[in-house]
Design a protein around this ligand. Structure first.
Ligand SMILES: [Zn+2]
Length: 484
């Protein structure tokens, strides 16, 4: 096939295209198993294969895709025709930032291949998990295991040849029970990445026993807990809440295509302007954030992006100052052209497509907060006068430009004079993005840092669901409105 793809690409150049690439998926496998209250509610196995061709002609993109290899010549011509048609309508031509032409292979590390684990064994594991959480006070129980494997061959007219095999698993458990007011409360657990690998080893029983007991215990505490006070307090965000805070108010607003207005018709814009890079005080000096696609055990690491650019570790926010964005070859070049100087040195390696039948767009990789020097969670609590520890994302509401936010969390613990006073329920907090990050007053050390992941980030029109990670320490913010 390699020769055939390269020949087909060459023909597009001979027909006047300035650039083209093809992504061929010989096989993509995915499965999802959902168990509800001990019954297998949903079981789906899916296989897909196909290829997508992207062509640049007179500064306009054309894209076409198919599952039918016999139609290869037709599909390549359709992509070129689409680009020719689009070229008659564009106002400014698409230009691509230069890249180093790399060829290579990426295989995500996996100790125990989840696709080698029989469905029967997966269900046995789910039944065992269900028994762990089937305890007094629990009304609804859910156990979910999702697995995915993509094999992707990439070729472009600049000479890149890349093969990727990416395997991942996304399990979680959840328990629900009614509180004293008859309102359903929930605790859930999605394991942070514990190993340097991304396979079935995440499902080892010893990793789950303690956590299953913990979420049931916390649910029962929640059911009888007092309500969250309406107050102005320090909030201490645990990694299983802080990851969503970072996702929504650092990750999305720093997607460069979004800053350039490409997402306005669907996901919204960004309060960040191109002139802010290098200047904007995004947070306090304790805030350092990076887009690091080189973390081994995360779905946000993929070797090479869908522009054929190698994965990178780039600073986004350096000691509070905005310095970088999540970018691709197109968005990096377009932003530089728009301001007439080089803000971004080449692509950030974040062009990603969810499937062969979608064109790549700028996506989060692993948007990580560097660990700080304020010790463990216990140390931070000890040094907090009036606080609220918050864990477990529950619901979110975010300004379309990500300038404000309001979150509800599954659980909270009140802190008074450095002492944890116990659980409160119906916890919420909100604020203005910049004011909030500028109030960051403590960042936990490496002992508090966890690699959390998101397997359902939505973006693009037509919609693309993407998987990524967030390496997150415990963080404390001051003077935050809570409980309203
Ligand atoms: Zn998202």
């Amino acid at each position: 096939m390699r020769k055939a793809w390269k020949q087909a690409l060459k023909k597009l150049i001979e027909q006047g295209a300035s650039y083209a690439d093809v992504r061929y998926y010989p096989q993509e496998d995915s499965s999802i198993l959902v168990m509800f209250n001990g019954n297998l509610l949903h079981f789906q196995n899916q296989q897909e294969k196909g290829y997508g061709v992207r062509v640049l002609f007179n500064g306009a993109w054309g894209f076409a895709a198919s599952s039918d290899l016999a139609k290869k010549d037709l599909i390549f011509q359709a992509a070129l025709e689409n680009a020719r048609t689009a070229a008659r309508r564009i106002k400014s031509p698409v230009l691509l930032a230069d890249k180093e032409v790399l060829s290579g292979e990426f295989i995500s590390p996996c100790a125990l291949d989840p696709f080698e684990v029989e469905t029967k064994e997966q269900i046995t594991m789910m039944q065992w998990l269900d028994r762990q959480i089937n305890q007094e006070g629990v009304v609804n129980r859910q156990v979910v295991i999702q697995t995915n494997r993509k094999n992707i061959h990439y070729y472009d007219t600049e000479g890149a040849e890349i093969e990727k095999t990416i395997t991942d698993i996304y399990p979680f458990i959840s328990v629900m029970g009614t509180d004293d007011d008859g309102v359903m409360q929930e605790r859930k657990y999605q394991p942070p990445r514990l190993y340097d690998t991304r396979g079935w080893e995440i499902m080892r029983r010893e990793n789950w026993e303690k956590e299953a007991d913990r979420i049931v215990r916390e649910l029962n505490e929640l059911r009888r807990a007092p309500l969250c006070p309406q107050d102005l307090r320090s909030v201490i965000l645990l990694p299983d809440m802080m990851f969503l805070q970072v996702h929504e108010t650092i990750g999305h607003p720093l997607e460069l295509d979004r800053i350039l207005g490409y997402e306005l018709s669907f996901a919204g814009g960004s309060f960040v302007r191109l002139e802010d890079f290098g200047k904007l005080q995004y947070g306090s000096s304790k805030l350092t954030v990076r887009a690091d696609a080189t973390v081994t055990n995360s779905p946000g690491s993929f070797g090479f992006d869908d522009d054929g650019v190698a994965c990178q570790n780039r600073l986004l926010i350096d000691k509070g100052v905005l310095v970088g964005a999540i970018s691709s070859r197109q968005s990096a070049r377009e932003a530089n052209e728009a301001v007439g100087r080089e803000i971004f040195s080449g692509s950030g390696g974040a062009a990603r497509s969810t499937s062969f039948y979608r064109a790549p767009i700028d996506r989060m990789t692993n948007i990580n907060v560097d660990p700080g020097e304020d010790g463990s969670l216990e140390d931070i609590v000890k040094n907090t006068e009036r606080g609220l520890i918050l864990g477990g994302e529950k619901s979110w509401s975010i300004g379309s430009n990500r300038e404000q936010f309001h979150f509800a969390t599954d659980i909270g613990w009140l802190v008074e004079d450095g002492v944890n006073k116990g659980v409160v329920r119906n916890t919420t907090y909100g604020g203005d993005t910049l004011e909030f990050y500028r109030s960051l007053s403590a960042v936990g050390d490496a002992s508090t840092w966890e690699l959390q992941y998101v397997n359902n980030c939505g973006k693009g029109a037509p919609s693309q669901i993407m998987q990524l990670g967030h390496g997150i320490p415990v963080c404390r913010f001051d003077n935050v409105k809570v409980g309203r």
